[in-house]
Design a protein around this ligand. Structure first.
Ligand code: MRU
Length: 379
């Protein structure tokens, strides 16, 4: 079975296409990204989403623009002109979405390349920028596989699972191949448990209001033939009560603060609280690029607010009277009373107290005796 690929990048031709996550799971359509402006548009409008994926698309969007014969002249002829134009585009890209640190982390790394370069010509600098963006794509997949391995081994040990013993797992949002370069973070741990024969069942929350769970995670689980059940967000408490073999809640991260407080998809905080009440292990799965040691705690994380219509409407293909889905006929329907006030934060912060472990590509961290995480060993 071919693996799902949200980001298709061809090194030789320097071309980039991304899977349009607005029309999934009803349609598989790739969109071409020719420039940093295209990448900005795709990130802002959620054509691509998920912290690692947006950072990679931003970097590759800039890379294809600066490497292409058609758009390269817009960057100028001198080293200083090219540098300035790269920096201007990076400033624009980071403004697309504020919460996921991966995007600003990638932009900072690329800025660092521009400032520290010893390139003698614009082409040498361009080669350095393109090389960094291409490596981001390659490293993300191997990092995710390592997160999957470390996270799955940790939970097996922590629970003292014996040979043949299986557990069920609950997750929120989409943290899989679609949110990354491949394999996924939290979903990568579920994938690893499944391939080790330890997963009984995966449960995914719908993840209102944008339904990344029901549209994207459910799609990935079906695609990978992992036994799975979808529930609405409001069913999480009842599900944990009714399903004692759920031993792990595993989620992704958009930004992990220096003390361990973690911003992730809205609904994660209440899920962590429910996990605590039910004595279920709560694990954050995050590449080290999602850890922000410059942000002291969750109070300092900027939470993105999304447009109101993402909460008051829902979109999808029309289903006819015989239950046939018509992917050509996408309709939008209203789901809220007109005139009501709306608050639509895309993320919330889970306090470190509710987090039992943070699984990274370098290993799993737990809290020290002072109750905080110490990520300094990772960098
Ligand atoms: O708004 P989204 O869909 O970009 O939110 C995604 C999440 O919250 C994910 O859990 C997070 O980015 C980690 S993805 C590996």
């Amino acid at each position: 079975m071919p693996t799902l690929q949200a980001i298709r990048y061809y090194k030789d031709s320097k071309t980039l296409t991304i899977l349009d996550q607005l029309v999934l799971p009803h349609e598989t359509r790739y969109v071409t990204i020719n420039s940093s402006d295209d990448a900005f548009w795709a990130i802002k409008n959620m054509v691509v989403r998920g912290a690692p994926a947006i950072a990679i698309v931003a970097a590759l969007g800039l890379a294809v623009e600066v490497a292409s014969k058609e758009t390269r002249p817009q960057f100028g002829t001198s080293l200083s002109e090219v540098s300035l134009n790269i920096l201007t585009r990076l400033d624009h890209l980071v403004s697309a979405r504020p919460t996921a640190v991966n995007l600003s982390q990638a932009a900072n790394a690329l800025r660092g390349i521009v400032h520290a370069t010893t390139a003698q010509s614009p082409d040498e600098l361009i080669a350095e920028v393109v090389d960094y963006a291409e490596k981001m794509l390659e490293h993300d997949i191997s990092d995710n596989k390592n997160i999957g391995e470390h996270g799955s081994q940790w939970i097996r040990k922590e629970l003292g699972l014996k040979e043949g013993e299986k557990i069920s797992v609950l997750t929120i949002c989409n943290t899989g191949s679609l949110a990354t370069a491949g394999y996924g973070t939290a979903l990568g741990i579920i994938r690893s448990l499944h391939s080790q024969g330890v997963l009984n069942h995966a449960y995914c929350l719908e993840t209102r209001p944008y339904n990344q769970g029901s549209r994207l995670t459910a799609y990935e689980l079906v695609y990978e033939q992992i036994p799975a059940t979808l529930v609405t967000d409001s069913m999480a408490g009842a599900l944990l009560r009714a399903t004692p073999d759920i031993k792990l809640v595993v989620v992704g991260a958009d930004r992990v603060a220096a003390n361990g407080d973690t911003a992730n998809k809205i609904g994660t905080y209440q899920l962590s609280t429910l996990s605590k009440v039910h004595g279920v292990k709560f694990m954050v799965a995050a590449p080290t690029t999602s850890i922000d040691i410059n942000t002291k705690s969750g109070d300092d994380i900027v939470i993105e607010e999304r447009p109101h219509n993402e909460l008051t409407t829902t979109k999808g293909p029309l289903i006819d009277r015989d239950g046939r889905v018509d992917p050509e006929n996408i309709i939008t329907i209203a789901t809220a009373a007109k005139g009501v006030n709306i608050w639509n934060p895309a993320f919330d912060v889970t306090p470190k107290e509710n987090i039992d472990a943070v699984a990274t590509e370098k290993g799993v961290l737990t809290k020290s005796s002072s109750g905080s995480y110490d990520f300094s060993t990772l960098f």
